[in-house]
Design a protein around this ligand. Structure first.
Ligand code: SF4
Length: 689
């Protein structure tokens, strides 16, 4: 037994399946993953994990993993050496840059990859390729929340920690389903609600698990959140329930904001949201009576055309009621991917250098120019959405994408795919031959988190290390090594031998990471940014100051944007979202046997009323058609959804991809986040059961 034990290796890692950021040990023997072992010392989850963290790792040994670079020859892909593949990329990118200019190439980073990889990628894009055309998938989810918070409180991240949420007297959850999308965080809320008298208000089209448990579940009309938020805030002000001392001392813009609310009467809100006056008053009263209120939100808010203003309205409500800067208060946009926060924090965004310093700020650019020995581009680059448009307009000629299956996850996927076919040159770097890879000219095999060192930032702004558990499979390589090799072929002289050195460089340049280091992050340790040079971190923001020069927050006037409606013939509203067993589009989880066995395919949820009307039963096959595409899926009849509202799970399987065949290219007017949640469809019955 002693011998057997000796061969077992235990390595700390951080889960890659959601923004909660659970950490645990992986027990391995050779390449075999024996088990996942959580620890009391894990700062976020302690001894908890969810089903994905526990069982979602088979994919690392999948025989479908990419293990060699591939180069397209006509319709075929042929295996190539790293040298051949990287040389070809260097030649093509250089040629296209010379012929069409630096801004004719786009770069898509990955929220599944590490901070160091994202940092190095944006360094490659900015310092070697000479453009700010770099973005990541936060554009698909939380960019509007970031924008709403940057406007009102100055920092685009959660106001406190998951422990702070658990300590709140009232948790408001708006357009989010933490029980499936952020399971361990949801467990904390369930416990506080059950054992410590925490009140729970859920605003959602779907009666999800937390909505079932909530003290109040509210179901407004799709796309009307800004209206009830503003009406509830106005009602609070009309009653004199605002936190006057807080507003006086810590907030700018009150008078203008207050008069902008005049139109948001209870009558107006009742008409537009479908919520009764009594419900709106009940919401206001719950907020008034709680000593601490925090608001959690996700894609149900942010994937709309008016998403930035709705996120702003949430922050406005918290400011008016003095709910910032104390435990249990504040704004919590829930980050979806494990490192969507970190990808943004470390600068893979078209307008921001690492640490949210604007690319247009001369002083900021000069700091990086001095360190990197180059001249940097001055204007913000294109975001994901603008890149796709740019391809269609013939302005963007090449794309380099890593760790992102854009063809599956971007909205209106038929339009995206048609764009990929027009590219002169396309590099895809991934762990699997993704759907997007089919359009590539060169496919590079990357290594997943278990095969490299690095750090992630979770939804709380907590930076945590993960350690290499296994060697990269075949010839696959960590993404940061690939960027370094390519950069050096293109004339750079980068000599990073470990991701810790990349973090050291980022910390020396980005103010919010000043005191971040691998030594301080050793083992189970973590740091929540901003981190001062002496290593002091910031679990709770805004205790003394908001992140503006005068230290005061801002109330910002918002406008409602009417949701997109494709036309009368599309008579059913289509909502969509995650489910517990699969991560996002399912690229990794449907290659993990246990999870796929449990949930093999996506499905559509139909209300009992609609099922009766259309004579449908569980298991019926329906065709869903939008102006952009058509899919066929099986039905589950459930009272989780109401009336003419459908809910389609957003995972895919080997043979069915669904949601984004139907979604449009309409987007948040401020950040260009696709309005995935604004779609109407028509439904035909193909088989009744
Ligand atoms: Fe992983 Fe999120 Fe589950 Fe934690 S809650 S184990 S981070 S998927």
């Amino acid at each position: 037994a002693a011998m057997r034990k000796a061969r077992i290796k235990r390595t700390k890692t951080v889960c890659t399946y959601c923004g909660v950021g659970c950490s645990f040990e992986v027990w391995t023997k050779g390449r075999e993953i024996l088990k996942i072992e959580p620890s009391e010392e894990a700062p976020v989850n302690g001894i908890s994990t969810c089903v994905k963290g526990k069982w979602g790792w088979d994919f690392v040994n999948s025989d479908k993993r990419l293990t060699k670079p591939l180069i397209r020859k006509g319709e075929e892909f042929v295996e190539a050496t790293w040298e051949e593949a990287l040389k070809l990329i260097a030649e093509k990118l250089t040629g296209i840059k010379e012929e069409h200019g630096a801004h004719s190439i786009g770069y898509i980073a990955s929220s599944k990859c590490s901070n160091e990889e994202n940092y190095l990628f944006q360094k490659f894009v900015r310092s070697i390729m000479g453009t700010n055309n770099v973005d990541n998938c936060s554009r698909y989810c939380q960019s509007p929340a970031t924008a709403g918070l940057l406007r009102t409180v100055g920092i685009g991240g959660d106001a406190g920690t998951i422990k702070d949420i658990a300590a709140s007297e009232l948790v408001m959850i708006i357009g989010a389903n933490p029980a499936e999308s952020h399971p361990v965080l949801a467990t904390r809320i369930k416990r506080s609600h059950k054992l410590h008298g925490q009140k729970l208000m859920v605003v959602d089209l779907r009666k999800n698990e937390l909505a079932e448990r909530a003290d109040l579940h509210v179901h407004p009309k799709p796309g009307s959140d800004l209206i009830w938020l503003s009406a509830v805030t106005k009602y609070i002000l009309d009653q004199g329930w605002e936190d006057k001392a807080f507003l006086e001392k810590r907030v700018n813009g009150f008078e203008e904001y207050r008069s902008s609310l005049d139109k948001f009467t209870l009558e107006y809100a009742e008409e537009k949201t479908g919520l009764s006056k009594e419900t709106l008053i009940q919401m206001a009263t719950m907020i008034h009576e709680a000593k601490s209120v925090c608001a959690l939100w996700a894609m149900g808010v942010t994937q709309h055309m008016g998403a930035t203003d709705t996120s702003t309205a949430i922050s406005n409500l918290l400011l008016v009621t003095g709910n910032y800067g104390r435990t249990g208060t504040g704004a919590y946009p829930l980050r979806g991917h494990n490192n969507v926060q970190g990808a943004c924090d470390f600068g893979t965004m078209p307008a921001w250098m690492p640490g949210y310093e604007p690319v247009q700020d001369k002083e900021v650019r000069e700091r990086y120019e001095k360190a990197w020995g180059v001249k940097l581009p001055e204007e913000p680059g294109l975001d994901n959405h603008q890149m796709v448009e740019g391809i269609h307009k013939g302005k963007l000629k090449a794309l380099y994408l890593f760790g992102e299956d854009m063809s599956l996850v971007d909205s209106n996927s038929n339009f995206v795919d048609a764009g990929f076919e027009k590219l002169e040159f396309f590099v895809v770097q991934d762990i699997f031959f993704s759907k997007t890879a089919q359009f590539a000219d060169v496919v590079l095999p990357a290594a997943p988190s278990l095969e490299k060192d690095g750090t992630f930032v979770n939804t709380e702004r907590r930076i945590q290390r993960f350690y290499k558990v296994l060697e990269p499979l075949g010839q696959s390589k960590p993404d940061w090594e690939i960027f370094q090799e390519l950069a050096n072929i293109m004339g750079a002289n980068w000599n990073y031998t470990h991701p810790g050195e990349i973090m050291k460089e980022a910390a020396s340049l980005a103010k919010i990471f000043a005191g971040v280091s691998y030594e301080r992050l050793e083992g189970w340790n973590s740091q929540l940014w901003p981190v001062a040079a002496d290593g002091t971190d910031s679990p709770l923001l805004y205790e003394e100051r908001f992140a503006f020069p005068d230290g005061k927050a801002k109330l910002v006037v918002v406008e409602w944007t009417e949701p997109f409606k494709p036309g009368e013939e599309f008579d059913l509203h289509l909502n969509n979202g995650r489910l517990l067993e699969h991560f996002h589009e399912g690229n990794m989880t449907y290659r993990s046997e246990g999870l796929t066995h449990k949930v093999p395919h996506p499905w559509v949820e139909v209300s009992p009323e609609l099922a009766r009307e259309r004579e449908l039963e569980d298991g019926a096959l329906v065709g869903l058609t939008s102006p952009y595409g058509h899919v066929e899926v099986r039905v589950i009849v459930t009272d989780r959804v109401k009336g003419n509202e459908l809910y389609l799970t957003m995972n895919t399987s080997e043979d069915i991809e669904a949601v984004n065949k139907l979604t449009s290219s309409y987007h948040d007017i401020t950040t260009h986040t696709p309005a995935y949640k604004e779609m109407d469809v028509r439904m035909e019955v193909l088989e009744t059961s």
